[in-house]
Design a binder for this molecule. Structure first.
Ligand SMILES: C[S@@+](CC[C@H](N)C(=O)[O-])C[C@H]1O[C@@H](n2cnc3c(N)ncnc32)[C@H](O)[C@@H]1O
Ligand SMILES: [Zn+2]
Length: 360
C-alpha cells in the first residue's frame, strides 16, 4: 500500500500542492510562548494558499517565515542526538539533490513487504474521515500523508528534515489539503483541542521526548480525538537473545529505544485515559524470500497467534480520551443528594451555601 505514490519522481508538476493553506495558520502556535500566529505579510500567494509570507505572534510579536510553502518553526537549538538525526535524514534518507524515483529496498522499514504489513494497520486504527483535521508528526516524505490526503482530510505535516518536506509535496495527490511545517516535534506548540486525529511513526530516543510528544498531542487533540503511533518493540526475539534496549540503526546512525507494552502504557497513561497497545509486523526468518502469495498469509497468521505475535517488531499504540488538567476553581457535578442536603442545612441556618470558597 502506498507504493505507487512512493514511486512518483519528485519533480515539479503543475498539480503539485505546495502552498501553505491559509486555514491552517490558526492550528500553529509560537515557539516561544504558544501565542496565536497570524499572517502579517503575504509575499507570494494565490487563492490556494501562501508560498512566501511572514507569520507574527499575537502575544510576543516574534516573526516566523513561510518559505516555498513550508512554515519555518525550527528552533535555534536542537539536542545533539536530534541534530545528528536531522543531518542523516537530510543527507541520506531524503537526499533530494538529484531527485529520482523512489526505489524501495529489499529489506527494512521502507521495503514493500514492510509497507504491506504496517501501513494498513496504522490507517485502519486512525479511521480518518474526509472532515478530519489530522496532525502528522515526523511525517517524513509522505508515505502516510499522501494516503491520508486521498481521504479528503486536511493534514498538518511536521518534520525536521527540510528535504523530506520538499519531497512530500511531490507525492501528494492533486487537491490535497496539506500544510507542511519544518519544526522539532520536541519543541512544537499547537492549537489546543483543534485536531481529530494524530499520527506518529518515529521511535524518538528517550522517555522524556516521548512523554513530551504525548503531552503535545493530548493538548492538540479534541476530546473525542484519537492518536495512533508506532514504536520499536522490545520483541521476543530481542528479549530471548538479550539484545540492547538502546541501539543505533547502524554504526554512527540514528539512536532508538525498544519499548515493551508495559513501558509504553506507563509513559502514555498520564496523557490518555484509553490505551490499546499491540505488536505488529512480526519477524519471521527468510519470509522476504517467499513468494508474496505465501508470505502475507503466513505473516498475518503469525501476527494473530497468541504467543508468537510478540515477535512483532513494532508496537502500535491507539490512544483516546486525552486527559485534561484540572482548571482552577472549576466545580464538578458532585453528588446531587449531598449537594441538596448541604444546601437545605445551610438554608435552615440562614446561611448561604459557600461551596468551598471559604478562606482556610
Ligand atoms: C522513521 S522516519 C518515518 C517517516 C514517515 N512517518 C514514514 O512512516 O515514512 C522518522 C521521521 O521522523 C523525523 N524526526 C525524527 N525526530 C524528529 C524531531 N525531533 N522533530 C521532527 N521530526 C523528527 C525524521 O526526520 C524522519 O522523517
Ligand atoms: Zn510568541
Amino acid at each position: 500500500m502506498g507504493d505507487q505514490k512512493r514511486h512518483a519522481p519528485p519533480t515539479i508538476s503543475p498539480l503539485m500542492v505546495n502552498q501553505f493553506p491559509r486555514d491552517m495558520v490558526p492550528l500553529l502556535r509560537c515557539n516561544i510562548d504558544s501565542g496565536e500566529l497570524a499572517l502579517a505579510e503575504e509575499v507570494r500567494s494565490d487563492a490556494g494558499g501562501v508560498w512566501d509570507a511572514v507569520l507574527r505572534c499575537r502575544t510576543c510579536g516574534a516573526e516566523f517565515r513561510i518559505e516555498d510553502g513550508i512554515v519555518c518553526l525550527l528552533p535555534d537549538r536542537l539536542t545533539p542526538e536530534d541534530q545528528h538525526e536531522m543531518s542523516i535524514r537530510d543527507t541520506i534518507d531524503y537526499d533530494c539533490t538529484n531527485p529520482s524515483s523512489f526505489v524501495p529496498p529489499a529489506e527494512g522499514w521502507r521495503s514493500l513487504l514492510s509497507d504491506r504489513l504496517e501501513v494498513p494497520e496504522h490507517l485502519d486504527e486512525l479511521e480518518t474521515l474526509p472532515t478530519s483535521t489530522v496532525v502528522e508528526l515526523a511525517c517524513g516524505d509522505g508515505r502516510f500523508t499522501s494516503l491520508i490526503a486521498k481521504t479528503g482530510a486536511r493534514i498538518l505535516a511536521v518534520d525536521f528534515s527540510i528535504n523530506a518536506l520538499r519531497l512530500l509535496a511531490c507525492r501528494l495527490p492533486g487537491g490535497a489539503k496539506v500544510g507542511r511545517v519544518h519544526a522539532d516535534i520536541n519543541q512544537l506548540h499547537l492549537a489546543s483541542g483543534a485536531f481529530d486525529r494524530a499520527l506518529t511513526l518515529t521511535p524518538l530516543d528517550s522517555r522524556d521526548e516521548r512523554m513530551n510528544m504525548y503531552r503535545t498531542i493530548a493538548h492538540a487533540l479534541k476530546d473525542d480525538g484519537r492518536y495512533v503511533g508506532s514504536f520499536e518493540h522490545d520483541d521476543l526475539n530481542r528479549r530471548l537473545l538479550g539484545l540492547p534496549l538502546m541501539r543505533r540503526y547502524s554504526k554512527d546512525g540514528i539512536l532508538i529505544e525498544h519499548l515493551t507494552t508495559k513501558r509504553m502504557r506507563l509513559e502514555a497513561a498520564p496523557y490518555f485515559s484509553k490505551l490499546c497497545v499491540r505488536p505488529i509486523r512480526p519477524r519471521v526468518p527468510f519470509v522476504a524470500k517467499l513468494p508474496p502469495g505465501l508470505a502475507f498469509p503466513l505473516l498475518r497468521l503469525v501476527a494473530a497467534l497468541p504467543f508468537v505475535r510478540h515477535f512483532g517488531e513494532l508496537l502500535l499504540l491507539t490512544a483516546q480520551d486525552p486527559v485534561r488538567l484540572p482548571v482552577e476553581g472549576q466545580h464538578r457535578s458532585g453528588n446531587r443528594i449531598a449537594r441538596g442536603a448541604y444546601r437545605s442545612y445551610m438554608h435552615k441556618k440562614n446561611k448561604k451555601a459557600s461551596w468551598g470558597e471559604e478562606s482556610v
